[in-house]
Design a protein around this ligand. Sequence first.
Ligand code: AMP
Length: 141
Amino acid sequence: MPSYDPNNIFAKILRGELPCYKVYEDDKVLAFLDIMPRSPGHTLVLPKAPARNILDISADDLAHVITAAQKVAKAAVKAFSADGITIQQFNEGAGGQVVFHLHLHVIPRKAGVAMKPPASEKEKPDVLAEHAKKLAAAISG
Ligand code: AMP
């Protein structure tokens, strides 16, 4: 497998070199909105550790990521009145991965509403800012 590339876009977000719509952060994990959401509130949950995907992350860091994803999922049910949550995670190009820093997609779902196709439409900044605020408030409250 290829090794971790510290110049991937999520590594730059983690270093604060690029902006994000932050939803949650602790010492091991950062969660922010996908800028091309497949549904409102679509969030990406990342380890701060430099892991390419599930094939090279430590079990401990992976446990932190899934625990944070659960926090985001529960907050999305509250903040977006979601009827369900879809979790996705892709590994290597052949597995559908595009950005090579491990991330879990937490996608709030409404009954009977299909997800948009991946990376189909960039959401407006004011909408993303409002959704991030709602989710962050639901996590801390
Ligand atoms: P994948 O690696 O297949 O899970 O896809 C990468 C995901 O990252 C896609 O859903 C993109 O919409 C999303 N994405 C790409 N660039 C950014 C960014 N700067 N901020 C937030 N999400 C992004």
